[in-house]
Design a binder for this molecule. Sequence first.
Ligand SMILES: [Zn+2]
Length: 351
Amino acid sequence: MVRSSEFEALLDLSARVGADPALVQAAGGNTSIKEGGTLWIKASGLWLMQARERDVMVPVALDALLDALERDDPATEKAQDFVIAERNPSGLRPSIETTVHALMPQKVVIHVHCVETIATAVQVSGEAVAAAKLSGIPHVFVPYARPGLPLAKAIAARLQPEMRVLILGNHGLAVAGDTVAEASALLAEVSRRLALPRRIAPDADLSALSRLALNSSFVLPEDNLIHDAAADLASCLIAAGGSLYPDHVIFLGRGSFVANPGDTAVSIEEQHRAEGLTLPPALLFPGKGVLVSREITAGALAMARCLSDVLGRIGENARLRYLTDAENAELLGWDAEKYRQELNRAGKALQ
Ligand SMILES: [Zn+2]
């Protein structure tokens, strides 16, 4: 296939954005370009950082998808029915967030789970804070809705053609432009304006963590920043309150597991076994740090790091909007997300 120079530029940008953990973690985040009635969008479950290593873009029939969205057609949940099969030899599925890209009329759309945006968008005051910081940039704040048709409807109800920035409550950021360069500049500007100071976490207590991991299936993570979520007590307290954004739930499960005083990894394993519960991929030991499962997926590891990056930017006294029980449950029970979880478990995302 001969690609346009803009398409090539988008692949370069995708690989760069995808490799920045402050913007994209694991298979989250996606980019798209509209060319000749086709919406090319990152495939579900693949990592944006691979955009230069393998074919990650899936062709979708844009008008058919937009018509279906107008009818509230449930097929838009996965957007799979709108893939142009003869131009999609790899058989990949389009991103579960394809509708976000379709609804923005501009040629290029970049959707990221920018940690600066998330740290703002999980706060009760998030909309007002974003409005103040983004003054002069036409944008819209979209309160949390499950990715897929509910989010598409929430966006459609608020979007004006001149809006090029969407702040997605408890979720992330989407920016659009007529060119890749324009969208890229806007992404840089918005994340710069939303930037928050990060609390300095105390050093993790690695020797205590090694003792707590003894004889268990848990180990110390290689990325030391993962520890911040627990070593910093303010962050740990926020984590204990529940899940704050969808990919946390998809990759790490509902909420965060915070150990009680006296718990060890082995005692936690025994307790879970006795109650017939699945072990969480990460254990937070307040004031000490984090242990991760020996079998943790690359996706869950990236989300554990994201947790530290987000929590460290949330003020200790901030009022937060956690995902509700029902919102957690609908993310874990949703077919399209199960596909993404399967790919993650199979490790296909890293092939
Ligand atoms: Zn997203």
